[in-house]
Ligand binder design. Structure first.
Ligand code: ADP
Ligand code: MG
Length: 340
């Protein structure tokens, strides 16, 4: 019965709404599966909170006696971060900054800006948080669907921008804040899902790894794979996340700062596994823009992350550190493990 009404609802929705709805269902089902798995194994009670913030459905799950109070604090912090960092909320510090008040950023937003700029420099500009006017030109800030004329893009690319858009890093940063809060409060087992960005504290209550499902970039019917992790952030960027179609062409929300257009690098999904959510979120966007060769070179030049890179040809490149923890679930993809 429930399945029937879910299907009915899907059929009565528009294309983009369908995408959002399917995504929510997927997240819900994966979390339910995760929770039932954990409870039946250990008997430890899970405490769960659902929040809508940063344009995303978030689910926070924690275990143990400290969980309830800690999650309450975490939820408050999330909505506070939402109001501070949003590019579209007229009450946010970022909005004020982008509209001319260069004193508007408080300590936290200013520190995040510096960290994101440093990470942007490390990626050779593939991650560029000053990109806000371009994001706006494509209508992604207002959910308007438009393809800006080339002259408009050229003019924006030529200008030096003093704006900020934390879209590529805010959820990863928020995940760091929340997992930090939970740890400080004495929680040793928790998993938070911020719209597909998963960050965990410790391992499952029974001591085994969390199993994180990796979204399939070409189908919402199955997962690409699953990853066994503890204590880490698993963050994915994909063109399927937010996009629209005009005259048969699909445009997505990850822009190449060099062209001002949706990145067309041959990668369709990038998952980063790292200790820091901010790093993982920023790099998932940046490596998506870079494409396979530059992304791989970036991996070889640094030792603070692992990655799953999916090409439009259906190849899944796995960095050596994930060899034992990744399981491919969709057999239509070819797994390519590269020797260290
Ligand atoms: P999601 O928010 O779907 O998880 P990302 O983390 O990849 O996806 O962030 C995409 C968002 O970041 C866009 O909606 C936009 O606001 C912003 N953005 C797009 N391209 C870039 C870029 N090259 N550098 C920095 N920010 C970007
Ligand atoms: Mg990102």
């Amino acid at each position: 019965m429930m399945l029937l009404s879910v299907l009915k609802e899907i059929y009565s929705q528009s294309e983009t709404e369908k995408g959002h709805f399917m995504k929510r269902c997927l997240i819900l089902f994966s979390l339910l599966a995760l929770l039932t798995g954990c409870q039946s194994q250990t008997g430890t009670q899970a405490v769960q909170r659902d929040v809508f913030a940063m344009d995303t459905y978030m689910t926070l799950t924690a275990y143990g006696t400290k969980a309830d109070a800690a999650l309450g604090t975490a939820v408050e912090r999330l909505s506070e971060l939402d109001t501070t960092l949003s590019a579209t909320d007229p009450n946010s510090q970022v909005y004020a900054y982008n509209h001319g008040d260069k004193q508007a950023l408080g300590d936290e937003a200013a520190a995040l800006k510096e960290q994101a700029l440093t990470l942007g420099a490390r990626t050779g500009g593939a991650l560029d948080i000053t990109i806000y006017p371009l994001v706006q030109a494509w209508g992604f800030t207002a959910d308007v669907q438009r393809v800006p004329p080339q002259e408009e893009l050229d003019a924006l690319l030529a200008e030096e921008q003093d704006t900020v858009d934390f879209g590529a890093v805010a959820k990863g940063y928020a995940g760091d804040v929340v997992t930090g809060l939970l740890r400080e409060a004495g929680v040793t087992s928790a998993i938070i899902n911020l719209g597909g960005n998963v960050q965990c504290v410790g391992s499952k209550p029974d001591g085994s790894d969390w199993k994180v499902a990796i979204q399939n970039p070409t189908s919402s019917a199955s997962y690409l794979g699953s990853l066994a992790v503890s204590n880490q952030a698993v963050i994915t960027s994909g063109g399927y996340e937010r996009n629209f179609e005009i005259d048969g062409v699909r445009y997505h929300h990850i822009l190449d700062p060099q062209t001002g257009c949706p990145a067309d690098s041959g990668l369709i999904s990038v998952t980063i596994v790292a200790n820091s959510g901010l790093l993982a979120d920023g790099l998932s966007t940046a490596l998506f823009v870079m494409g396979l060769d530059d992304a791989w070179a970036h991996y070889e030049a640094h030792d603070d992350f692992e990655a799953i890179l999916v090409t439009q040809e259906g190849e899944v490149y796995l960095t050596p550190g994930l060899r034992d923890s990744f399981t491919l679930l969709d057999e239509s993809y070819t797994l390519i493990e590269v020797l260290p």
